[in-house]
Design a protein around this ligand. Structure first.
Ligand code: SAM
Length: 301
C-alpha cells in the first residue's frame, strides 16, 4: 500500500495529485432546522464550481433560502452513482471544486456519498469535510444513554434473515447502538431489536431539530406499547443501550447455553470429571436436579 498524506497546511501530496486538480468538499446541511446551516457551509456552496446533490429539488430550496446561485447543480444518488461518480471525479481532476450535499445532514452517512469519497481518494483528490448537523449524533448526545462508546448501524436490511445476521454479532457490543428508521418500519424494527437483545432501554429520537422534536425513553416493550397508541410520524433515530455488565456476566456464566445436556455433561467429562461428577456440575449450571440430567441422557440413548 502507498501511504497518502493529505494536509490542508502542507501540500505533502502535491506530487501525487493530478496537476490543477480541484477538491471535493463534503458539506453538512441542516436535518430540519435551517439555523443549523454553518457560515462555512454557505460560503463553500457559494464558492464551489459544482454542487452535487442527492435530490436536486430539495437542494434548490435550501440554496434559494441562503441566496446561493450554483454555477452547476448535478444529481448524484444511489441510482445514478455508477455513471455520475466518475463524471464528477473527471470535473474535479480538470480543476473544478465540487461540493457534495445530501438531502439532510452529513453527506456520506447512510447515502452514496461514501462511494464518491472513495473514488476521490483513489485519485489523490483532496477531500475536505465541512461539518454540520447529523441525526445519529444529535440523538445520541440527548439520549441519556452512555456516549463513551457507540456503534452506528444506520438502516437495517429489509429481510428478516439479513436483519438477524446484522444484529447477532452486536449482542455483546457494550457501547450504545444507533439505527436510522422510517416511521413505517420503526415499530417492526423494535420487535427485531427485542428478539435480538431482550427488553433493553431504548430512546426513539423523532423529528430532531424540528418543531415536533420528541424523545421517547423507556424499555423496548414500553416504546412498542406507546407506538401502538401513538402511530409513528416523521423521521426516527433509534438509540439502543449496549450490553449491560449484568448481561455480560450472565452470558459469560452461561457459556453452556448453546450446548445440549449431553454435550454439556461431555464437556465436564472430557475435562477430567468422573461421569457422576460431570452430571452433577451440568445439573448445577442449569439449575436442574441430577435426576433430570440422567433422564435426559437416557432419552438421548
Ligand atoms: N446524512 C444524514 C445524517 O447525517 O444524519 C442521514 C441521512 S439518512 C438517508 C436519513 C435518515 O436519517 C432518516 O431516515 C432518519 O432515520 C434520520 N434522520 C434524518 N433527519 C432526521 C431528523 N430530523 N430527526 C430524526 N432522524 C432523522
Amino acid at each position: 500500500m502507498t501511504i497518502q498524506c493529505q494536509s490542508s497546511f502542507q501540500n505533502n501530496n502535491d506530487a501525487m495529485r493530478p496537476e490543477g486538480c480541484g477538491s471535493l468538499y463534503l458539506v453538512g446541511t441542516p436535518i430540519g432546522n435551517l439555523e443549523d446551516m454553518t457560515y462555512r457551509a454557505v460560503r463553500t456552496l457559494k464558492e464551489c464550481d459544482i454542487i452535487a446533490a442527492e435530490d436536486t429539488r430539495q437542494t434548490r430550496k435550501l440554496l434559494s433560502h441562503f441566496e446561493i446561485t450554483p454555477a452547476m447543480l448535478f444529481s448524484y444518488h444511489e441510482h445514478n452513482k455508477a455513471a455520475s461518480g466518475p463524471e464528477l471525479i473527471r470535473y474535479i481532476i480538470e480543476g473544478k471544486n465540487l461540493a457534495l450535499v445530501s438531502d439532510a445532514g452529513l453527506p456520506a452517512i447512510s447515502d452514496p456519498g461514501a462511494d464518491l469519497v472513495a473514488l476521490a481518494v483513489s485519485q489523490q483528490i483532496p477531500v475536505i469535510p465541512i461539518p454540520g448537523a447529523n441525526a445519529a449524533l444529535s440523538a445520541l448526545i440527548a439520549s441519556g444513554l452512555p456516549t463513551a462508546g457507540f456503534t452506528f448501524i444506520g438502516f437495517l436490511p429489509r429481510e428478516r434473515k439479513d436483519i438477524r445476521a446484522v444484529l447477532a454479532p452486536l449482542r455483546a457490543a457494550q457501547g450504545t447502538l444507533l439505527f436510522y428508521e422510517s416511521p413505517h418500519r420503526v415499530a417492526k424494527t423494535l420487535v427485531h431489536l427485542q428478539e435480538a437483545f431482550g427488553n433493553r432501554r431504548v430512546v426513539l429520537a423523532r423529528e430532531l431539530t424540528k418543531r415536533y422534536e420528541e424523545f421517547l425513553r423507556g424499555t423496548i416493550e414500553e416504546c412498542c406499547a406507546w407506538l401502538a397508541e401513538h402511530p409513528p410520524l416523521g423521521e426516527y433515530v433509534i438509540v439502543l443501550e449496549g450490553e449491560s455488565k449484568e448481561e455480560a456476566q450472565l452470558a459469560e456464566s452461561s457459556w453452556w447455553r448453546e450446548l445440549s445436556i449431553a454435550e454439556h455433561v461431555a464437556h465436564y467429562a472430557s475435562s477430567g470429571s468422573p461421569r457422576k461428577e460431570a452430571m452433577k456440575k451440568a445439573a448445577g449450571d442449569r439449575g436442574l436436579a441430577k435426576r433430570d440430567i440422567y433422564n435426559a441422557l437416557l432419552e438421548k440413548e
